[in-house]
Write a new protein. Structure first.
Length: 94
């Protein structure tokens, strides 16, 4: 006979195996998500987000005022390093 973790016919509590436990490090991809950063500036974010719906991982934020921030995000904050970029949109002055 094989050994099993539970007796035949017994019922486990709904979360005994922690199958639905919250994983803060889990990532999902999004595209064009409306988001307001910690400074109160709004725009649209595309890239990886965590379970708390914060930019977390590689992504790009296009702010409503024209700035584009691209790189690795950690809990809603852009990490500043040589591979991360902030690009201001040039406005033509006529």
């Amino acid at each position: 006979k094989g050994k099993s973790g539970t007796k035949s016919g017994s019922v486990l509590p709904w979360n005994a195996r922690k199958n639905d436990a919250h994983d803060a490090q889990s990532k999902t991809n999004t595209r064009g998500m409306e988001w307001v950063d910690l400074n109160g500036d709004s725009g649209r974010y595309s890239g990886e987000i965590n379970n708390d719906q914060l930019p977390h991982g590689n992504g790009i934020m296009r702010y409503d005022f024209g700035l584009i921030a691209e790189g690795e995000w950690v809990n809603g904050v852009l990490k500043e390093g040589p591979q991360d970029r902030m690009i201001g949109m040039a406005t033509a002055m006529n």
